[in-house]
Design a protein around this ligand. Structure first.
Ligand SMILES: Cc1cc2nc3c(=O)[nH]c(=O)nc-3n(C[C@H](O)[C@H](O)[C@H](O)COP(=O)(O)OP(=O)(O)OC[C@H]3O[C@@H](n4cnc5c(N)ncnc54)[C@H](O)[C@@H]3O)c2cc1C
Length: 413
């Protein structure tokens, strides 16, 4: 077989796996449907010394697996700490502090339940309304969670959010990289064999041991294949080779986030320095600011809009209303996709793993949490399982117990 591994999807999940396999000496090919690697890691660089994230913004010192990747790519000594700045709610009355919008009596009546309440089996709305009260959930906590995940989160399983992870306290609590997070994408891709504009249409068996991976204009053969696309996007590549898995993950909906990044001269904007704005009953879920990594002349703001609501002119008008200016130095637009996790998520994913044939793997942000760390963790675990163990230990039709032990196990926990 020409390749030992083909990875479908060039986001952080696919890049991590391809890089690990390549470094371990396995013949690896990475296929990405669009002209750009990175997926939801997407830095806009309008000038030589200013950048703004259109997708993911922040890395944390609790991202242990991702920090290992930074060491692998030589970026671990170059972290740029993010200054601690406040988030504000953006309401019909302008910017408000979160505290000023909370209803203290509701909090006092219910907040004591926090240490005793279990999250498993509860939706985000059920869990948080019980702790903070329905008013606080509707006006503050719900919009804040929606802002964090750039989509409505009320129906998410509550136990997929805020999992405690050990912090590496010698590192800044939250940080970025020189040139933004796309620098990690560029470092991971160094030396890899990559085809962009190569959307995989199908994967089928080739002989008894291998697979044929087809795009519109080319095809390749490989011993193993991993689909690291978004959830719904995995349906087509997996359909022929793993129909059961395709049926489970292909029906986890993807939502689109429409992001407008705007760069303005410092003296044009009246907003005080902020980490970001949480939209309450606004066309955007959030506005994330570059202020935590200040620049002497420029400020940057990325508006994450609800999908399908506004056209380009409408988005610009909404951004101008918040910033109080239309004098922009630069702007960029991007659409990214995120999974919307259903309440039966854990059962669905366990079944998706059970139904995987030998030699086929899945990775990505719909498996167990949307953060970059979870994507890296899954891909590193899959690499370890496939390439650090004999072939017979490949993740084939594994039971749920085995899936949890081998694919979800966090070596640090
Ligand atoms: C606006 C926004 C802000 C975020 N902020 C943060 C943050 O601050 N911190 C954090 O930890 N996380 C954050 N996240 C979440 C995190 O960025 C994503 O969950 C993560 O990057 C997803 O990586 P992935 O590789 O699973 O998927 P993706 O990044 O979606 O990559 C999948 C790739 O597969 C490609 N593809 C799809 N179909 C095919 C096909 N048939 N053939 C070949 N290629 C295909 C796609 O084009 C894409 O490049 C944010 C996400 C968004 C959208």
């Amino acid at each position: 077989m020409p390749y030992e591994l083909i990875v479908v999807g060039g986001g952080i999940a696919g890049l991590t796996l391809a890089r690990r396999a390549h470094d371990a000496g396995h013949r690896t090919l990475l296929l990405e449907a669009t002209p750009r690697l990175g997926g939801a890691l997407h830095t806009f660089r309008p000038t030589a010394d200013f950048w703004l994230e259109l997708g993911a913004h922040t890395l944390f010192n609790s991202y242990g697996h991702l920090i290992e990747l930074l060491a692998l790519t030589g970026l671990d000594g170059q972290l740029i700490p993010r200054q601690s700045l406040p988030y504000r709610l953006w309401t019909e009355r302008g910017a408000r502090t979160l505290f000023s919008e909370l209803r203290p009596w509701e909090l006092l009546r219910r907040g004591w339940q926090l240490p005793f309440r279990r999250r498993d089996g509860q939706s985000v709305a059920e869990y948080y309304e019980a702790i903070v009260g329905p008013g606080n959930f509707a006006e503050v906590v719900g919009p804040a969670l929606d802002a964090m995940l750039c989509q409505p989160t009320a129906g998410f399983p509550a136990d997929t959010l805020f999992r405690p992870k050990p912090r590496q306290r010698q590192l800044p609590r939250s940080f970025s990289l020189p040139g933004g997070l796309s620098t990690l994408v560029e470092r991971l891709a160094e030396g890899l064999e990559v085809r962009t504009d190569a959307g995989v249409e199908s994967i089928e068996r080739a002989g008894t041991e291998g697979f044929r991976v087809r795009c519109a204009e080319a095809q390749w053969e490989t011993e193993r294949v991993v689909v690291a696309t978004g959830s719904e996007q995995a349906l087509r590549p997996l359909l022929m080779v793993a129909p059961g898995t395709a049926g489970k993950v292909g029906r986890i909906p993807l939502v689109t986030v429409e992001s407008l990044g705007v760069v303005v001269a410092k003296d044009q904007v009246k907003l005080p320095p902020i980490a970001g704005l949480i939209g309450r009953r606004q066309p955007f879920f959030s506005v994330v600011s570059r202020d935590p990594i200040p620049h002497p002349q420029l400020r940057g703001f990325t508006f994450h809009f609800r999908p399908g609501l506004l056209d380009a002119a409408g988005r610009r008008a909404a951004a101008a209303a918040v910033l109080g200016t239309t004098h922009w130095e630069a702007e960029a637009f991007a659409a990214h996709h995120l999974p919307s996790l259903p309440m039966d998520h854990h059962e669905r994913i366990a079944a998706a793993y059970r139904l995987l044939p030998r030699g086929v793997g899945i990775s990505g942000n719909y498996l167990d949490g949307l953060s970059l760390e979870e994507c890296v963790r899954h891909s590193q675990a899959l690499h370890q399982q496939w390439f650090s163990a004999p072939v017979s230990a490949a993740p084939t039709a594994s039971s749920e117990g085995r899936y949890r032990r081998t694919v979800m196990a966090d070596p640090k926990s």
